[in-house]
Ligand binder design. Structure first.
Ligand code: IPM
Ligand code: MG
Length: 355
């Protein structure tokens, strides 16, 4: 029997609830497969700061590096908002991404047919949307130096090195080859040198992928096009900050930010997490939607563990649950037969996934 070590980080806010729901699904799906999952819990974020004084304790970094994959809930909350930057929960996550070298963040946006009415956009605009944002995750303005915050002036630096653009572009083109063979690279090359550089390198990499159609879009236009006609996109390739913004925007095409998973890959160990935050306003009420995390665990099974049959079972179980009308509160107005708590939705998905 194969054994995989999964580092589990519940984090803050709704993190523990959505992870508990997800672990039920993983347990259920592994019953009929020839692998076992061993979970080891680690602290990160506000809770880690409260207990250890650091948002990312050394023990967490070490445990994550030794695991086969990392499943992560969410971090942050108003309680820690006034801490100095390096102690904030977000710094823990950013440092973990950097430590792991997970430079590629894949954020698929898939509109479930059952939820076409949940989107704030018209059904005709969103039905059938299936795109993925490939966001560069360990560079750009998030990490560039110099950076400084003074009394009269503050600044950050948006910087990309050639190798950083090359490797993320390759990920996007490789992915496009398995999909509809379209890459739209999003930048701000009409204003920023760093974007002009990005664009030139993407064009160079594209030469190795003659079958893939490459287009370029300025980020302001891309933000507009995403709500005007999201079906025009297959793979959106972009930098760290633009990808952060566009992936939140893309999530609302699907009706709820509680549905979108992500995989951060490119290092030895991958990090699998929902794209949403810790939602402190709804924490501990049992109403958070765990589907984004459950879908992230499916990405984990597929990309990190190569357990494709289990991954497909989890994905199908999500679809079946939605088809049967089970909804968490965020989606209760959309063809709901029954409104369920976070853990109940997890059990229902687990039930379908174990078949
Ligand atoms: C995300 C989040 C993070 C980011 C925050 C929490 C640092 O918004 O994963 O999209 O900006 O990358
Ligand atoms: Mg974000």
């Amino acid at each position: 029997m194969k054994k995989y070590k999964i580092a589990v980080i519940k984090g803050d806010g709704v993190g523990p609830e959505i992870i508990d729901a997800t672990l039920q699904v993983l347990d259920a799906v592994s019953v009929n497969e020839d692998f076992e999952l061993e979970y080891e819990e680690y602290l990160m974020g506000g809770i880690a700061y409260d207990i250890t004084g650091s948002p990312l304790p050394e023990k967490t970094i070490k445990g994550c590096k030794e695991a086969n994959a990392i499943l992560f809930g969410a971090i942050g909350g108003p309680k820690w908002d006034n801490l100095p930057r390096h102690l904030r929960p977000e710094s823990g996550l950013l440092k973990l991404r950097q430590e792991l070298g997970v430079f590629a963040n894949l954020r698929p946006t898939l509109v479930y047919d059952e939820l076409v009415n949940a989107s704030t956009l018209k059904e005709s605009v969103v039905k059938g949307v299936n795109l993925v944002v490939v966001r560069e995750l360990t560079g750009g303005i998030y990490f560039g130096t110099p950076r400084e915050k003074g009394d009269d002036k503050a600044f950050n630096t948006m910087v990309y090195e050639r190798y950083e653009v090359e490797r993320i572009a390759k990920i996007a083109f490789d992915l496009a080859m398995k999909r509809d063979k379209k890459v739209c690279s999003v930048d701000k090359a009409n204003v920023l040198e760093v974007s002009q550089f990005w664009r030139e390198i993407v064009i160079e990499i594209a030469k190795d992928y003659p079958e893939v159609e490459l287009t370029h879009m300025y980020v302001d236009n891309a933000a507009m096009q995403l709500v005007r006609d999201p079906k025009q996109f297959d793979v959106i390739l972009t930098g760290n900050l633009f990808g952060d913004i566009l992936s939140d925007e893309a999530s609302m095409i699907t009706g709820s930010i509680g549905l979108l998973p992500s995989a951060s890959i490119g290092g030895r160990v991958g990090l699998y997490e929902p794209i949403h935050g810790s939602a402190p306003d709804i924490a501990r009420q049992g109403i958070a939607n765990p589907i984004a995390t459950i879908a992230s665990s499916a990405m984990m099974l597929r990309y990190a563990l190569n357990e494709n049959s289990a991954a497909t079972k989890v994905e199908n179980a999500i679809i079946k649950t939605l088809q049967d009308g089970y909804r968490t509160k965020d989606l209760s107005q959309f063809r709901a037969k029954e409104v369920c708590s976070t853990i109940e939705i997890g059990s229902i998905i687990a039930g379908f996934a174990s078949k």
